[in-house]
Design a protein around this ligand. Structure first.
Ligand code: C2G
Length: 129
């Protein structure tokens, strides 16, 4: 069984998130998604519209996702890769190069982002209504 893992906030779930999860799953047989906690998002300088427990429930309901875990720290990735015997780590290419240290533990894949959509854009568009 080929295990894939990816990390993210997944606030205001949108097609860019869905495309990423769909393509991440296509790289293996089992997809784990680490969803950022509200506390961790504060460390990332992000304030979420949707609270972490709801964001986790939504991601868990996506057909491509097999397991959801919390992301609470920048430093949990190596432990997660070992703990879950991860074969492939995947992120959108806005993170290109940032997680290459994981190449010692698993394959690292950066996928092209979906153009024209982001949580920030949605917030701005809704905010201007
Ligand atoms: N994404 C995408 N296309 C978009 C928007 C997002 O492919 N139009 C991808 C991102 O590249 C990321 C995933 O969807 O792989 C989740 O995006 P965010 O929720 O914005 O994740 P982020 O806040 O970047 O958190 O430790 C890593 C961080 O937790 C990543």
């Amino acid at each position: 069984m080929k295990t894939v893992i990816t990390y993210g906030t997944y606030d205001l779930f949108h097609i860019g998130h869905l495309n990423l999860l769909k393509r991440a799953k296509a790289l293996g047989d089992y997809l784990i998604v680490a969803v950022s906690s509200d506390d961790f998002n504060k460390q990332k300088g992000k304030v979420c519209e949707i609270k972490d427990t709801d964001r986790m429930e939504i991601v868990k309901a996506i057909r491509y996702v097999d397991k959801v875990i919390p992301e609470t720290s920048w430093d949990q990735k190596i432990d997660d890769v070992k703990k879950y015997n991860v074969d492939v780590f995947v992120m959108g290419d806005d993170w290109k190069g940032k997680f290459d240290f994981l190449k010692d533990y698993c394959e690292v894949v950066y996928l092209p982002r979906t153009e024209g959509i982001s949580t920030t854009m949605l917030k701005e568009e809704i905010g201007n209504k």
